[in-house]
Design a protein around this ligand. Sequence first.
Ligand code: SF4
Length: 458
Amino acid sequence: MLLRHTPIEISARGALTINPAKTCQPVGAMYAALGIHKCLPHSHGSQGCCAYHRSALTRHYKDPVMATTSSFTEGASVFGGQANLLDSISNVFALYDPDVIAVHTTCLSEVIGDDMSQIIAKAEREGKIPRGKRVFHANTPSFKGSHVTGFANMVQGMVSACATRSEGPRRHVNLIPGFVEPSDMAEIRRIVEVMGVRHILFPDTSEVVNGPLTGKFRMYPRGGTTLADLTRSGDGLFTVGLGRAASTPAAKLLDTKCKVPCEVLELPIGVRATDAFVDTLRKVAGVHVPEALTVERGQTVDVMADMLQYFHGKTVALAGDPDHLLPLAQFLADLDMRVLYAVTGTPTGPRFERRMREVAGGDVVVRQGPGADLFLLHQLIKNRKPDLLFGNTYAKYIARDEGVPLLRMGFPIYDRVGHQYFPIVGYRGALRLLERMLNVILDQQDRDAPEESFELVM
Ligand code: SF4
């Protein structure tokens, strides 16, 4: 009983969050920056923040995550971090030779009020940024938003600093994948390639945080969107953003800055959301859906039909990022499952709640923002236990105490491997989700079954 003090009675809390269902903005900003080839994320704050963000990403991906820091001490904390950042930019280019430095702020530099645009412009004027190299930034105050907000802000910062419109032809589709695993980014790219659509995917962390073991150290792995492609995103025919919370700001900025029209869709989790993604690509790029994708879809629907007998009527609790939860809830509804609770620490606004009720039914309990924490989710579960729980590693304490099978999804996952390599997006990702869901439900059934009901064939 690790969480033995969680009371069953739910009382209103105004100014207290216990076990938040989110992490801090710079984690998302750092992750987004890693999706640019030869980009070194830089944390403008104290060393402790940077160490935490790096370790969160390293533990999740099981690959070393490199980032530098402005290393604030008492002086910078009182007088501002301009001198630290100017020195950092010179040192980082001299020592590590990245193509790009992606600077994100922390709570401390935000409270001080460091003007990042002004400091980076000063570095440019003083010749601290070598020719052909770039420094861009995102403001990521962690006392609001979440890791998803930080990701969105950094991707918007990329567009703001790099996307340029030229007079050249507009042939490619920009894809903004949202805060998903590198395996999901690779799967999104595969679907687009199978459809024969010219594209630029940014950011792209595949083969950056899930690279191969080669025996040689590479400061900058092979993957990542190149600076040249990021610049060319301004010449796109159309932008498809995936996940409203993580992709909308960048997609909209590409529209206003470079006149690239955009549509922001749900993450392609489950069959319906993948259908919407494929159909949008088909329309904007003027291509046909190839037979190979139709077969993948058909196989997934076949497995859904086969498994419906196990899923029908099962109840589910969800904790995670809003961009994951909405299409997942739709997928679960399509399997005749019933979502009881949907909890996200990311502030989302009323649309999320409205959509969740449309998808999961009017009875679903939806909580979002700072007060929507895992403590509350545990209380809800104590009041009515679901058959299945979706959540990150922190949800394992609830799962253990309440005896609910847990399917790990989202960020962070510190205690399992596989999420980096096996996608949950697209038809193939849906197939994997189905397999994992059935396994955790039937494993639990096998474990709890009395001897006379312990079945060979299920
Ligand atoms: S919440 Fe603020 S102070 Fe804490 S690690 Fe994140 S940026 Fe640093």
